[in-house]
Design a protein around this ligand. Structure first.
Ligand code: SF4
Ligand code: SF4
Length: 398
């Protein structure tokens, strides 16, 4: 029972914990399979040099006895599950501090609404609201200082008027965080170490010319270029040591701009990350895969996006594929839990109630399990959209 409990909790932390086996000294169990993992005896445990820690998962009275027994037999570090458990937090959490974006990307559900001039709620999360959510998550053990708080999802974070206050607050809290922006708005921090815990800062670009910007984001290219330079300087002058990058969206019409974008990126000391954009928003992806997209949009998509590989890619999805967004909690600008960063508000199972209803790590885990069983998530897996999101090929640099 304890082994299963530890397995369930630790296996949701794919990055730090890769569980390879269970250990036991009961000869009836050795060699069998439990939770999809083999059960080893002590000799196998010791022989396998890939094991970098053993976790003892047992009831209180037995723990020390087992630990002592193991310490005599193996030289692998041994931890007690209850101790590890107390230091566990959600690894990444997205808090969408702006509920809106100003770009007009036609292959994104948010951008498309801007393009069609659909009236949108332009509310954002105030500094006070952010602090309240942060403190709730932290005090209840749902996040720790090493949890990466992604300050974005469907909204453009720099449109939040309290952006600087939020970033400076996170520096004061020694909290890890990350930002992704379209660089349409300038927001510069003052506090010397404001970006010291920012692990990643991404500038997303839909091309490297006035034409490409007019076609996708709808911004003035020269202005964006200037903003990127200024924000990048501001990052460097305020403690940033994380990964700064340009995420260049490779459309069929902007291949000739890639070299210039790369030079620009290298001049600024940013990593260059060209990738093929897809439909941003699961409702649009569903429409495409289920043949509901209207002919005009479909023909345009085929001319702009790289889609020829998609059918073959979807066929390769392994049955047991685990979506990388399963372990990322998403909170919208109103403080509500939402299905994931890829799910948009057009989906029936988008919203999951206030984050303030969740008062422990276990609560969050249970809620996440429930969310992952919903109709929209199951459909996403069935159509292979989760696999597309996580395995779209990288742009071939050569
Ligand atoms: S893709 Fe990003 S920048 Fe473009 S409209 Fe959507 S959220 Fe905004
Ligand atoms: S399977 Fe789809 S809906 Fe579910 S978490 Fe992953 S991307 Fe989101």
């Amino acid at each position: 029972m304890w082994g299963r409990k530890a397995f369930d909790i630790l296996s949701s932390y794919r990055n730090p914990y890769n569980i390879v086996a269970f250990g036991d000294n009961d000869s009836d169990k050795i060699g069998k399979v439990f939770c999809g993992k083999p059960i080893w005896d002590i000799d196998t445990l010791e022989r396998d040099k890939q094991i970098d820690l053993i976790i003892v998962a047992a009831s209180g009275v037995k723990i020390m006895e087992i630990k002592k027994q193991l310490e005599k037999l193996v030289s692998i570090p041994i931890f007690v599950y209850q101790d590890i458990r107390n230091q566990l937090f959600w690894p990444r959490i997205s808090i969408d501090i702006s509920g809106f974006c100003n770009a007009k990307c036609k292959w994104c559900v948010t951008g498309r609404k801007n393009l069609m001039q659909v009236l949108q709620d332009r509310s954002y999360m105030s500094f006070a609201e952010f602090c309240e959510i942060y403190s709730h998550l932290y005090k209840n053990g749902i996040i720790g200082k090493s949890t990466e708080i992604m300050l974005y999802s469907w909204g453009e974070p720099l449109l939040n008027k309290d952006y600087v206050q939020i970033v400076e607050f996170l520096a004061e809290q020694e909290q890890k965080f990350s930002v992704s922006t379209n660089a349409s708005t300038l927001q510069l921090v003052q506090r010397k170490d404001a970006y010291k815990n920012c692990c990643s800062f991404v500038f997303s670009m839909p091309g490297f010319s006035e034409e490409s910007y007019a076609r996708i984001h709808g911004f003035q290219f020269n202005k964006i270029r200037e903003n990127i330079v200024k924000i990048n300087d501001n990052l460097k002058e305020h403690g940033f040591v994380g990964n700064g990058s340009i995420s260049f969206h490779v459309y069929q019409f902007n291949h000739a701009e890639i070299a210039d974008a790369r030079n620009f990126s290298e001049d600024l000391g940013l990593s260059f990350d060209p990738y093929y954009p897809y439909f941003n928003g699961n409702s649009m992806m569903e429409d495409f895969l289920e043949g509901r997209m209207d002919d005009i949009a479909l023909n345009e998509a085929k001319k702009e996006l790289h889609l020829a590989h998609v059918d073959d890619l979807l066929k390769k999805r392994p049955k047991e594929y685990k979506c990388f967004l399963e372990n990322i909690i998403s909170i919208d600008c109103k403080g509500d839990l939402v299905l994931c960063c890829a799910a948009d508000s057009e989906l029936i199972d988008y919203s999951w109630g206030s984050v303030f209803q969740i008062s422990s790590f276990e609560d969050m885990k249970a809620k996440r399990e429930e969310m992952l069983q919903c109709h929209s998530c199951q459909k996403c897996r069935k159509l292979g959209m989760d696999y597309w999101l996580g395995n779209n090929p990288s742009y071939l640099r050569n």
